[in-house]
Write a protein that binds this ligand. Structure first.
Ligand SMILES: NC(=O)c1ccc[n+]([C@@H]2O[C@H](COP(=O)([O-])OP(=O)(O)OC[C@H]3O[C@@H](n4cnc5c(N)ncnc54)[C@H](OP(=O)(O)O)[C@@H]3O)[C@@H](O)[C@H]2O)c1
Length: 294
């Protein structure tokens, strides 16, 4: 297949692209940067530079949600780089004479808002807050393609864990400095997923005919932040014996603290399980042992 990937130069793309090449696909990656093409991957800065028919699209581009404090300007960049880019992509796809049969488009578990008690499946509605509204708009932009693309799949990603980037890299930095601790109450949920399972699930969607709509891409066993720190202790990371107070986290991180760190959501990958997708990493302990090479 010829697959168009946006955001392919990022953390998920870093594992996804080699896997897709290994499976015999060729790719065009839409990027803002300059990269050298390889035998199977061509990089373009503009959709109109794409050559040949695209069979499937994987849309992952977006400015990092936790990369900077949420100023007004950065919030606009977060929205434009997802919603704006997806609208642009969809309108380009609509103009093509020969269109792909599948669009896999990014979203996140932030769609559901935050709760200590609710369990969210794909049937749950959208929550409240900046992240929830961002994901809702991002999904709506992709769903516009449903009138001319037979399969539109919305990947509601959990917090992706692996070495070399993402959330775990930030956690490891603070753990290695000896300041790792849970944040706030520690009771907030973390719906995590190993990057290997993200790659496997995307390939599963590409290779399984007929999948459509939202897919929760989270490990079957989410944990609380307190439990995460308990498991991390087994790996001999250093901790304060108490959590970092919410007020300190808010002071350090601003508005982002309440949406991404002090609150979370317990999400179940109901559809993937119904489709008999097999997770390589269901248990956080196994995932961390793999990532940390123990
Ligand atoms: N990693 C996670 O834990 C996680 C969790 C939930 C959802 N997601 C979503 O899944 C997608 C992929 O995740 P990831 O971790 O691979 O992301 P990432 O490493 O931050 O990479 C995303 C890519 O988006 C492009 N990008 C960044 N800022 C942009 C901007 N202002 N305008 C246009 N493009 C921009 C970049 O590509 P170029 O520099 O090549 O243009 C970048 O490589 C993201 O949209 C993210 O929100 C990720």
């Amino acid at each position: 297949m010829h697959i168009l990937v946006t955001g392919g130069t990022g953390f998920i793309g870093g594992a996804l692209l080699p896997e897709l090449v290994g499976r015999g696909h060729c790719m065009t990656v839409l990027t803002r940067g300059k990269y050298s093409d390889s035998a199977s991957i061509r990089y373009v800065n503009d959709l109109d530079a794409i050559e040949g028919k695209v069979d499937a699209v994987i849309n992952l581009a977006g400015a990092g949600l936790a990369a900077r404090r949420w100023s007004k300007g950065y919030k606009r960049e977060i929205v434009d780089s997802r919603v704006g880019l997806t609208q642009h992509l969809v309108s380009w796809l609509e103009r093509q004479q020969s269109r792909p049969g599948l669009l896999i488009s990014g979203s996140a578990v932030g769609f559901y808002g935050q709760s200590l008690t609710d369990v969210f499946t794909e049937e749950s509605g959208p929550g409240k807050g900046f992240s929830a509204e961002l994901c809702r708009q991002w999904e709506v932009a992709a769903q516009t393609a449903e009138s001319f693309i037979p399969q539109v799949v919305l990947l509601r990603l959990g917090v992706v864990l692996d070495h070399g980037g993402g959330a775990l890299q930030e956690m490891l930095k603070s753990f290695q400095l000896g300041i790792g601790s849970w944040l706030g109450s520690g009771n907030q949920w973390l719906s995590w997923v190993h990057r290997r399972d993200v790659v496997n699930a995307i390939c599963f969607v590409l290779e399984t005919p007929g999948i459509q709509g939202p897919i929760n891409l989270t490990a079957p066993k989410p944990v609380t932040h307190g439990e995460l720190c308990g498991v991390a202790k087994e790996f001999k990371w250093t901790f304060f014996s108490a959590g970092m107070p919410s007020s300190v986290v808010r002071l350090l991180m601003g508005e982002m603290a309440d949406e991404l760190l002090l609150n979370g959501q317990r999400v179940e990958p109901q559809r993937l399980q119904q489709l008999d997708f097999v997770f390589e990493y269901s248990d956080l302990r196994d995932a961390l042992a793999n990532i940390l090479g123990r």
